[in-house]
Design a protein around this ligand. Structure first.
Ligand code: NAD
Ligand code: ZN
Length: 359
């Protein structure tokens, strides 16, 4: 059976596109209660841009601080319960922020129509009912969460997405003016998430002409943004990276991620490392899996004057390393893609621990 790609219904791309949000929400407002829940990264609290969203008195605005931790099942459950108590089921959910907010908005849209905790639905096709319509406005580029069919949450037991046909945003507004204020290191780490998505997508058994086409174009854009003569943060690169992120998201959705993401999930779950940073920390030591791409990645670090910490594992206990290896081991879809269906013959839990010890 081939994968079915569930995709965004409507997409707007262009400078200043955020001003079209009120129009895009109108049809949804005309149905149901008419109120909209806005989940917004706390960075934008009191920001002038919010005036463009057409927020009304009957709406609910939630500012979420994604610096404290990556999105959790408890966080989504709390938001869902609070909203249901305040206004019942809204007509729509809007998420404005980075990958964290994209995932919270997607998960919230689903959980407004499900019973119990979101931790019950971490996995593939466990969601029972369609969520409420949802619109994403990414403000930092790289995760591909704006187009992916998963809402990644950290729960009491695992870091795993709510993955189903209804997870993907119905509408996405891609406004390349929004990431202009992203702090440089975040810009680099999250941008590298796209680069690594595409390298992993093309290096494994699930790669195909579709994933290679989007991944190849995304890699070309990444090379311009991070290595080209105008490398760095500027308006043209903000446009290019926004599209690279989108294409990278489609590439990995129709293929799979691999070894770097399997390690990165361990780093995030056990040590709380942020996704983009965790990927970078791991990728620099994966020459034997991703050879020339690791050299290119190091060139990108140099061109953009970003330094990654070394020798981190010296401060980790054997217990922590074992726990991270366990998180990684429990992501068979990534290992199958990277190493083949007989991956358990090709790598052992002990060897995964050794990969963490390299970091
Ligand atoms: P993020 O959403 O955690 O945000 C990073 C930082 O950037 C925050 O401090 C935020 O306040 C700030 N920020 C965002 N936009 C800004 C702007 N325009 N100006 C200034 N500051 C801004 O970062 P991220 O790397 O985009 O997202 C990481 C999350 O995405 C992780 O939780 C990861 O699991 C998830 N993810 C999801 C998918 C998916 O397919 N669903 C894929 C990859 C990663
Ligand atoms: Zn990623």
């Amino acid at each position: 059976m081939h994968k079915v790609l569930h995709n965004i219904d409507k997409l707007v791309f262009g400078r200043g596109a955020i001003a079209q949000v009120p129009d895009q929400l109108q049809a949804w407002r005309n149905e149901g209660s008419g109120s909209v829940v806005f989940v917004i990264d706390h960075y934008f609290k009191d920001h002038a841009l919010l005036e463009k969203l057409g927020i009304r008195s009957e709406d609910v605005v939630c500012y979420e601080d994604c610096d404290v931790h990556e999105p959790t099942t408890q966080q989504v459950d709390r938001l869902r319960d609070q909203i249901i108590e305040q206004i019942g089921v809204p007509s729509a959910v809007v998420g404005m922020g980075g990958g964290s907010i994209m995932d919270i908005a997607k998960a919230l849209s689903l959980m407004l129509k499900q019973e119990g905790s979101s931790s019950l639905y971490q996995g593939l096709d466990l969601i029972k009912h369609a969520g409420v319509p949802h619109l994403g406005i990414p403000t930092i580029s790289g995760t591909g969460a704006e187009c992916s069919t998963t809402a990644v949450l950290t729960g009491p037991e695992k870091k795993l997405g709510l993955k189903c046909a209804w997870t993907v945003f119905d509408q996405v507004i891609l406004d390349p003016e929004l990431p202009a204020t992203v702090e440089r290191d975040h810009w680099f780490y999250t941008g590298m998430d796209t680069y690594i998505h595409c390298i992993e997508s093309e290096t494994g058994i699930h790669q195909n002409a579709f994933s290679r086409a989007y991944g190849g174009e995304s890699l070309r854009l990444c090379r311009e943004v991070f290595l080209g003569p105008d490398a760095g943060q500027n308006p043209k690169n903000d446009e290019q990276l926004m599209i690279a992120s989108l294409f990278g998201g489609w590439s990995l959705t129709y293929s799979e991620v691999g070894v770097c993401h399997a390690l990165s999930y361990g780093l995030s779950k056990i040590l709380g490392y942020r996704h983009g940073f965790a990927n970078c920390v791991a990728f620099q030591h994966l020459e034997d899996f991703y050879g020339p791409a690791v050299s290119e990645f190091k060139e990108m670090l140099g061109t953009n004057a970003v330094e990654l910490p070394q020798g981190l594992s010296r401060d980790w206990s054997d217990e922590q390393i074992s726990a991270m290896a366990q998180v990684s081991w429990n992501l068979p879809h990534m290992w199958i893609h990277a190493l083949g269906h007989d991956w358990q013959k090709r790598i052992s839990p002990e060897e995964i621990k050794d990969l963490f010890k390299r970091l």
